[in-house]
Design a protein. Structure first.
Length: 220
């Protein structure tokens, strides 16, 4: 798989051209990829009136830009087999990651965050898609990233219906999904009531104090 390294590089920028640079949250759409962050400090030269701004630059480090679906190798093999066979399990799991795959493909041939935005708006003439992807999913991906926005699947009025009616989703029970009655394709076996192996735990520091001091909204 291809992973990405987001490198922080210093580059001279004239005083009047300095703009706010994106933070790591800008790249949350590839949070399932293996990402290494290298930091370099912002430099300033007040004597000459110059500043150095920190720029982001994604660097290609392997062969194919595909997000890592899960951490466990056995689960990776299971999902890969499901996608290759184009079965229900593959559709449910891979469907959740579809946008991440497209985002990763958009990043494939660009060097800076400004180019990522421009290429995303223009679309691609050619996109390298893994050979083990089925014909249906390849057609779906290419339909979603057409160069001309008006030609992209889902752009038209009620475009979401056209996406849902695509052949790759044949047999998918959208009604049950909306009613939250769809059974999970994978039912993890928990070792205890506090087993968190299947959860992505995020520790976040809350720097903004609560305005509402009551506990009225705690359950929302």
């Amino acid at each position: 798989m291809r992973c990405w390294t987001l490198s922080f590089k210093t580059k001279f920028v004239p005083e009047h051209d300095i703009k706010h640079e994106p933070s790591v949250e800008t790249f949350n759409h590839i949070d399932d990829s293996r990402v290494n962050l290298e930091r370099s400090k912002t430099k300033a030269n007040n004597r000459e009136g110059r500043r150095y701004a920190v720029l982001w630059e994604p660097t290609e480090t392997s062969e194919q830009a595909i997000p890592v679906f899960v951490k466990e190798q056995k689960d990776k093999e299971h999902i890969k087999a499901a996608i290759e066979n184009d079965d229900f399990v593959g559709k449910v799991i891979f469907g959740k990651r579809l946008q991440k795959v497209i985002d990763a493909m958009y990043m494939k041939n660009v060097d800076k965050h400004e180019e990522i935005i421009r290429e995303g708006e223009r679309g691609f003439v050619k996109v390298d898609i893994p050979l083990h992807f089925s014909e249906a999913v390849v057609n779906l991906l290419r339909s979603l990233i057409r160069r001309i926005p008006e030609e992209r699947l889902g752009y038209q009025i009620r475009g979401h219906d056209k996406i849902r009616s695509h052949s790759w989703f044949d047999g998918f029970e959208w009604k049950k999904l909306k009613e939250t009655n769809l059974s999970s394709p994978i039912k993890p076996i928990l070792r205890s009531d506090i087993d968190t192996r299947y959860l992505n735990l995020i520790t976040r520091k809350h720097t903004i104090p609560k305005i509402d001091k009551t506990s009225y909204f705690d359950d929302f």
